[in-house]
Design a protein around this ligand. Structure first.
Ligand code: ADP
Ligand code: ASP
Ligand code: MG
Length: 430
């Protein structure tokens, strides 16, 4: 029996017909050695396009809805036309896609539920269902023995919608037969990232934006896979986002701990929830380049004792710095802090950095256009609130005085914090 590996391909790696052919090649060569479960995201920017669909549906804007829907259909149909298979085979892929697409159309003819987040998950999940329907059919028609799996039968979740929590015991129970008899999976399974089902219902849930990496980790953990490989458009995990730092260097190995720290502070190369399930079972994570599958990327594992002291830079843009003080300029004591955290938690934002002084409490949050106005309104009922928009949060791990000097030179620092390993700066965006 061949060892089982989990592969995950994200939106960047699967966006057009040539990229599907490329992934096909990566899968085909791995099948000589491994049994594979392949987790696939929505094509390119489809999730963003489906967010427009759900908004228009929810707001009853039929013209916008038609337009947004047409865009989604069009991008998928164009991709099918470009596939490197015969016209008859393309016709077959198109028919399978049309059946899926009709399911979305049926949903959208019914009145939306009053819970926007519930609607969101039912609609946006179609991105992954479309991509995997097309991709699996394409693989079969080009000669690979692939099996389509609806991941909602496997990954059982509970509330909240849009950020669903995994019900591990049930997920493990469902997958138990495959753990006992791995052969029953077959050589190649194609399934969706990012989505699951709500325990005891017919409803679909999603695990949070960019959550397909996490799906890969859940399946690797529950199926006791040999490893999880996530295929990215970069050489591996680097000491900074190469889009912002062209001279970024790649790590060959990284400890779970370092990877968790980097993703916690906002390194978007791996979804932050990915590492923990792997660490718990000691399953290595490989981050490889789908553009250069012949090269070794980064291996994240327990073996990689974190001895490297290469400074890592993590830049999170579009932040807001709130400075909150009491209306009578008294200290903000614990009840006040508790009210502030309650308000932040209710709108579903995460505190990225915080600092307390004698008369004010400062927090850094994502400047989310949907959430911040409501938060400001509720905070202003009890507190005086000042804010700086257009700021970014820089985190430097393994900093040195020189690195800090060159990073902050000529910039306006609004807030800073340091511990032994990590320095953080809130700075105005230039
Ligand atoms: P996916 O196709 O799986 O959705 P993403 O686009 O989410 O992939 O993640 C890959 C991107 O992450 C890269 O294009 C890169 O710009 C960005 N990135 C951010 N931080 C890092 C880092 N430390 N190392 C490598 N890439 C990074
Ligand atoms: N398609 C989803 C998103 O764009 C999940 C993912 O790509 O990981 O957020
Ligand atoms: Mg992504």
């Amino acid at each position: 029996m061949k060892p089982l590996k989990i592969y995950k391909f994200g939106g960047a790696s699967i966006q057009d017909a040539p990229s599907m052919a490329r992934i096909r090649g990566i899968i085909a060569s791995a099948l000589n050695q491994f049994q594979l479960v392949v987790v696939v995201s929505a094509l390119g920017k489809t999730t963003n396009a489906l967010e427009k669909v759900v908004l228009a549906w929810h707001q009853n804007q039929s013209e916008e809805l038609q337009q947004a829907l047409e865009f989604v259909a069009q991008t998928h149909r164009e991709l099918i036309c470009e596939l490197d298979i015969s016209d008859r085979a393309k016709e077959q892929v198109r028919r399978s896609f049309d059946i899926r697409f009709a399911q979305l159309e049926v949903l959208l003819t019914s009145p939306p539920h009053s819970n926007y987040n519930l609607n969101y998950d039912q609609v946006v999940s179609f991105g992954e269902l479309f991509s995997t329907t097309i991709f699996c059919e394409y693989l079969v028609l080009s000669g690979l023995q692939a099996r389509f799996q609806d991941v909602r039968e496997w990954i059982i979740t509970e509330e909240p919608f849009r950020e669903a929590r995994i019900v591990w015991e049930e997920t493990e129970k469902v997958l138990q037969p495959f753990v006992q008899h791995p052969n029953s999976l077959g050589p190649l399974t194609i399934t969706q990232g990012f989505i699951g089902s709500v325990r005891g219902t017919e409803l679909t849930s999603t695990l949070g934006r960019e959550g397909s990496d996490y799906t890969g980790a859940i399946l690797a953990s529950v199926l006791n896979a040999k490893s999880l490989t996530i295929w990215k458009d970069v050489a591996g995990v680097m000491n900074a986002d190469p889009r912002l730092f062209p001279n970024a260097i790649k790590f060959d190995v990284l400890s779970y701990r370092e990877a968790i720290e980097m993703t916690y502070y906002g390194a978007t190369v791996i979804h932050p929830k990915t590492i923990k399930p792997l660490e718990n079972k000691g399953i290595p994570l490989e981050v490889n380049s789908f553009l250069r599958p012949d090269l070794i990327g980064t291996i994240v594992s327990a073996d990689a004792i974190s001895i490297h002291h290469t400074p890592c830079y993590i830049v999170v843009k579009n932040q807001i710095l709130l400075s909150i003080s009491s209306k009578d300029f008294s200290f903000i004591a614990e009840p006040g802090l508790s009210a502030i955290f309650q308000a932040i938690s209710e709108v579903g934002l995460r505190v990225r950095l915080m600092q307390n002084s004698a008369i004010s409490f400062s927090v850094v949050l994502d400047n989310d256009a949907f959430k911040i106005p409501g938060l400001l309104q509720s905070l202003k009922e009890k507190f005086r609130v000042k804010f700086n928009e257009n700021v970014e949060l820089w985190t430097i791990r393994h900093y040195t005085p020189e690195v800090i000097q060159s990073t902050t030179e000529g910039k306006t620092i609004l807030m800073e914090q340091r511990n032994r390993e990590t320095a953080q700066f809130v700075m105005e965006t230039k």
